[in-house]
Ligand binder design. Structure first.
Ligand SMILES: [Zn+2]
Length: 109
């Protein structure tokens, strides 16, 4: 059984746009979500690269997180681990440092 995480990346950010100061465990989680955003918004044709962070039974899950942007009103990024079914929804990722789509628009103009 996995959990469903619904997070807003903005909640993890300092006014500068970088990750805010937070306890290390929260920061690891924030970095994990940020890397999912990168994975979902860049190199769409490449295989996903984010390793699942769960440790069911104290053994690291060997799943690779699948992530993809959706077309709901907040363009949420959905992700899930096909091995342990950990899954979640990331919102508020647009125009953050990890938004690969923003980079592409900048390069195109
Ligand atoms: Zn997993």
């Amino acid at each position: 059984m996995g959990n469903t995480w619904v997070i807003d990346l903005q909640h993890f950010l300092a006014p500068t746009g970088a990750l805010a100061d937070m306890p290390s465990q929260a920061r690891l989680l924030a970095e994990y979500f940020a890397s999912i955003v990168v994975d979902a918004t860049t190199n769409i044709d490449d295989l996903p690269t984010v390793r699942c962070r769960r440790r069911p039974g104290h053994r690291r899950c060997n799943g690779v997180v699948m992530s993809y942007p959706t077309c709901d009103e907040q363009d949420s990024i959905y992700w899930c681990c096909p091995v342990c079914n950990d899954n979640g929804v990331i919102r508020g990722w647009q125009n953050t440092l990890w938004d690969g789509f923003a980079d592409e628009e900048m390069n195109a103009s």
